[in-house]
Design a protein around this ligand. Structure first.
Ligand code: ZN
Length: 60
């Protein structure tokens, strides 16, 4: 099995990890109430998903 001869410096590891980025959450429009909602999630405004009510939305 190949093994590394020397350990890498903290800086080298940190430099490699500069390319690790958090992905922006993708939003879409709710077809029921036309509010902005997260894709593949129930709408937080009306509680609908795939044309039916799945959650009871929180009262504000
Ligand atoms: Zn909605």
């Amino acid at each position: 099995m190949p093994n590394p001869k020397r350990r890498h410096s903290k800086t080298r590891g940190a430099k490699r990890r500069t390319h690790y980025k958090a992905a922006k959450p993708s939003y879409g429009e709710c077809p029921n109430c036309h509010e902005q909602k997260l894709l593949h999630r129930a709408c937080s405004n009306c509680g609908q998903y795939n044309g039916r009510s799945v959650i009871i939305p929180k009262e504000s």
